[in-house]
Design a protein around this ligand. Structure first.
Ligand SMILES: Nc1ncnc2c1ncn2[C@@H]1O[C@H](COP(=O)(O)OP(=O)(O)OP(=O)(O)O)[C@@H](O)[C@H]1O
Ligand SMILES: [Mg+2]
Length: 250
């Protein structure tokens, strides 16, 4: 069976800089994987190359068996892959609900048929989808305000809800725990477990090692644009290449 997300030999260049160098990894439906690496390792570039925000110089991105390589971000989102940003990139002059509605309107839900009657089930309205996504992240009552009025953790919840409202099969997260306290991080970990357990393939980019090693079944490690390890948290933690990349151990 093909994984929800398959990335093969992906490279991204910025001018003369090879920011990502032939990375291959897959995230199956229902799994939560981590992507770690030192500053500048290429983690954000990987998410950019996969989600259409950077044009790969070579390689392939396949979402649900469909080749998405070098498609624009909105087309990739409609094929089921959404992401959050390290710098959140919320629309600060829109309300929280409007931030989500823009994405919901651009990613129409697929019609489904009733199991017994085979009649088409009416699609939920944009407003219902927005409400549902806000409730998933615990932000039921903040929809009418602007993101600028919210705390860091709530702004991060809006960013996550905006990715979720597209009902993704693949969700990429760029440092969602930045600035969160331990309690907020534990809540995020629980939420990500729930999202992946419901069937979404989740790839978590994080510097918070406790979060990644404690929540992810599989961890991928980038260093200088290359994938240097992939495996269980236990294996990655003691991998000599990983120790060298993080600690400068030779
Ligand atoms: N738009 C760009 N133009 C030129 N170089 C870039 C661009 N974006 C990233 N780079 C370079 O690509 C490399 C990888 O950067 P990237 O932001 O992907 O790292 P990262 O692993 O996400 O780091 P961090 O942990 O600090 O977020 C770095 O050398 C960076 O300077
Ligand atoms: Mg980054």
């Amino acid at each position: 069976m093909t994984a929800a997300l398959e990335v093969r030999d992906l490279s991204v260049r910025y001018g003369g800089v090879v920011a990502l160098d032939g990375v291959t990894l897959a995230v199956p439906a229902g799994e939560l994987h981590g992507l770690i690496g030192p500053n500048g390792a290429g983690k954000t570039t990987f998410l950019d190359g996969v989600s259409g925000f950077a044009r790969p110089s070579s390689g392939a991105v396949v979402v649900g068996g469909v080749d998405c390589t070098a498609l624009p971000p909105h087309r990739i989102a409609r094929l089921g892959l959404t992401r959050t940003f390290q710098t959140l990139e919320l629309f600060d002059d829109l309300t929280v609900e409007e931030n989500l509605a823009v994405v919901a309107a651009a990613t129409p839900a697929a019609p489904t048929l009733h199991e017994e009657t085979e009649e088409e089930i009416p699609l939920p309205s944009t407003a219902a989808r927005v409400e549902d996504a806000l409730s998933t992240v615990g932000l039921e009552r903040c929809g009418g305000g602007r993101p600028t009025t919210l705390s860091n953790v709530d702004r991060r919840r809006v960013a996550l809800a905006r990715a979720l409202v597209a009902e993704p099969t693949v969700l990429l997260l760029d440092e969602p725990a930045a600035g969160l306290d331990p309690g907020e991080t534990a809540e995020l970990a629980e939420l990500l477990q729930r999202i992946s357990a419901a069937g979404t393939a989740v790839l978590l980019v994080e510097h918070d090692m406790a979060l990644v090693l404690g929540s992810c079944a599989t961890v991928h490690v980038l260093d200088a644009g290359r994938l240097i390890a992939s495996g269980s948290p236990e294996d990655v933690r003691i991998d000599p290449e990983v120790l060298r990349a993080y600690l400068g151990v030779t």
